[in-house]
Design a protein around this ligand. Sequence first.
Ligand code: NAD
Ligand code: TYD
Length: 328
Amino acid sequence: MKLLVCGGAGFIGSNFVRLRLRDHGDEVVVLDKLTYAGRRENLEGLDVELVHGAIEDPEAVAKAVEGADALVNFAAETHVDRSIAEPDAFVRTHALGTYVLLEAARAAGARYLQVSTDEVYGSIAEGSFTEASPVAPSSPYSATKAGADLLVASYVHTFGLPAVICRGSNNYGPFQYPEKLIPLMVLNALHGDPLPVYGDGMQVRNWLYVEDFGRAIGHVLEHGVPGEVYNVGGPDECANMEVVRRILELTGAGEELIEHVPDRPGHDRRYSLSSDKVRALGWEPQVHFAEGLGRTVDWYREHRDWWEPIRSGDYRAYYERQYGRRLA
Ligand code: NAD
Ligand code: TYD
């Protein structure tokens, strides 16, 4: 299959590309704006064409989509804290960018898969969200992602575009930018920096190993019913404090590094997805949290060359703004 993968230089996109080349022999073009989170080195050694461009740029998109059978859209601004501090890029990329991609898929007669998130449903105290649950997003990140999902649905309904939506739960694994909980805590623990836990740390996330999500996206692209939404949740839920304790154990760092810091405004307490529908389509997660977290910590330990330039670059200024303190 010939794929245009938008946002393929980021965390999940690059893992997806690696998996599709390895297991399916796809031909892949990546279109990526190469923001702070999009990195050429994430695609190093892979036989792909990387087009540097934005999804909201119709010319760049029209060129990149030529000959593609399907378009998979990972391109997004993805960090909730940044969406609270500076929401504009979230609106532009998710609303305008998704619109440009939908038009391009229509013109090219290509299938379309929108990569979305459990955060569009908002927080749930008990039980799990199904695809029939209403969207009730909380942050500028999740609200603009929900808006993009609605736009995709409108292109199915109005223009008959063969599009599907995959809503994933919190991903973790290799190549994740260290602004997100797991890689941030792993690198801080390895450096002896404090581990900043928001509020009481009892917020719960439904952890999904990145390769499991990549396999689900490929499976839905091949077997999903156009117009449908598929939730893809990880096999385990875990409170943040427990995640942090496990990271301390795996890195050999001490509990004294844990530091409770002011809570995120509008912080969602719990995410949980029912994945019955995608399971019925033939997908199962393969990696439990305990195993995946161990693999992830090992990967960060062994790939200083990947994260050292990040941790010593602009990231330091971001960290200082966000946490009001400097990294060691
Ligand atoms: P990421 O931040 O690591 O990567 C995003 C990529 O998109 C980067 O390569 C960036 O350069 C690119 N990009 C950003 N704006 C762009 C634009 N306007 N045009 C072209 N490229 C642009 O994010 P990720 O964690 O890999 O997330 C990928 C997708 O999966 C996102 O749509 C996100 O909403 C969704 N998702 C993420 C998670 C998670 O836990 N990380 C869970 C569920 C769904
Ligand atoms: P994050 O990785 O930002 O993902 P999301 O908010 O999209 O689920 O955060 C995961 C959880 O970890 C969330 O409850 C917020 C919390 N968190 C902290 O406690 N400290 C931190 O420094 C970060 C980045 C997140």
